[in-house]
Ligand binder design. Structure first.
Ligand SMILES: [Zn+2]
Ligand SMILES: [Zn+2]
Length: 381
């Protein structure tokens, strides 16, 4: 068993703090470390669980006083997987529904339904999808195939054999929890007969073995909107795994990544493209043609005397702005290629060009080194 951090420390509150302070501290930390805000971050996820566990204990006056007296050992001697810990995942879901219910929309409701009786909410699923920049530009409908579970069609998710129904658990009377005296206080724990479900299935359904769901490969169409960004997560509510014994389904999360493009770099809705032009085009002027992501060709005019690093903006030829009719711009960044592998004739022409050049032809480089020298000599005086 790993060493556990003090619950008060986890939430950053004093031992004497009141319920209001406790709740505020929890809410703040839970928001900060919520997996939805930290996708794929295992450290944040672990922290999030710790916070939930600490709050779960401290918000309950009975558990809090047990914790104050006995520390973590108050919750570790349940034996047989019982004690508070057994309840933990379901009650944690309740806490988060409390806090995040409004924020998460339908998800909170689903959890609450699943919290009672033998039904359990199905797991959320993650699907990684990679698309090209062209696909992000146009948007698309992606057909995906997800290994998941669906509700059993024989028992309609109840898990009970046709003609029978689950019946209330005789040990806990359908509550799913039993109370047991321990020391000075009584502890509520998961019912050992029904494992907290509150129901017992005497004759399980032959097809699903009492689970109420079956594994299946599901085909789904996912709408990828034009302008979607790398790292976006799309949530498909209720498209995750079917719930256990008729509980609500989980959600499906699509984690989207956009492949790097050979010619275009993206920054938000703007695109950047590096275009090398010849030294003579840069000096004499000219034009070139680029193909943009919509497949159209755009001619870019190069003025006489264009310098390295010059940037041209082509309006409206960037990426679409998500859920709007606006478009970003395309920025063309010029680099100038110095000619290589010169023939004798080319060399002669360039040498002749050099001989008849004046300082007006190259104002930046003319006198650069003498100016630099003067500058530093001036400093040392
Ligand atoms: Zn079934
Ligand atoms: Zn029971």
């Amino acid at each position: 068993m790993s060493v556990k951090v003090d619950y008060y420390e986890t939430l950053g509150v004093a031992k004497t703090c009141d319920d209001k302070t406790l709740k505020a501290a929890f809410r703040k930390l839970a928001m900060q470390y919520h997996p939805d805000k930290n996708p794929g971050d295992a450290v944040a996820e672990a922290k999030f669980k710790e916070i939930g566990e600490a709050y779960e204990v401290l918000k309950d006056p009975q558990k809090r006083s047990a914790y104050d007296r006995y520390g973590h050992s108050a919750f570790q001697n349940g034996g047989g997987g019982g004690g508070f810990r057994g309840d933990f995942s379901s009650s944690m879901a309740d806490i988060f529904d409390d806090i995040f219910g409004e924020m998460m929309g339908g998800r909170g409701q689903g959890r609450r339904q699943g919290g009672s009786s033998g039904r359990e909410r199905g797991s959320d699923l993650r699907y990684n999808m990679e698309i090209s920049l062209e696909e992000a530009y146009l948007g698309k409908t992606a057909e995906i195939s997800v290994p998941t579970t669906i509700q059993c069609d024989v028992c309609n998710g109840s898990g009970a054999k046709a003609g029978t129904a689950p019946r209330a658990c005789p040990t806990c009377g359908g509550v799913g929890r039993v109370r047991a005296a321990q020391g000075f206080f009584s502890i509520e724990r998961t019912c050992p007969t029904c494992q907290g479900r509150g129901e017992i299935i005497a004759d399980p359904c032959g097809k699903c073995g009492g689970e109420g769901r079956l594994p299946e490969e599901r085909n789904l169409s996912v709408n990828i909107p034009a302008g979607i960004e790398d790292g976006t997560r799309i949530r498909l509510a209720g498209e995750g795994e079917a719930g256990l014994r008729g509980g609500p389904a989980g959600d499906l999360y699509i984690f989207l990544s956009v492949k790097p493009h050979e010619f275009f770099q993206r920054d938000g809705a703007d695109l950047f493209c590096k275009v090398p032009i010849s030294m003579t085009t840069a000096a004499l002027g000219g034009s070139f043609e680029v193909t943009t992501l919509d497949g159209a060709k755009t001619r870019v005019k190069v003025p006489e005397g264009t310098q390295f690093g010059k940037q041209f903006r082509v309006k409206g030829k960037g990426m679409p702005v998500l859920r709007s009719t606006q478009m970003g711009d395309l920025f063309i960044q010029i680099s100038i290629e110095t000619p290589q592998s010169l023939s004798r004739r080319q060399r002669e022409l360039l040498q002749e060009f050099e001989e008849i050049s004046s300082s007006e032809n190259s104002p930046q480089s003319t006198g650069f080194f003498s100016r630099m020298k003067e500058f530093f000599e001036g400093l040392s005086d």
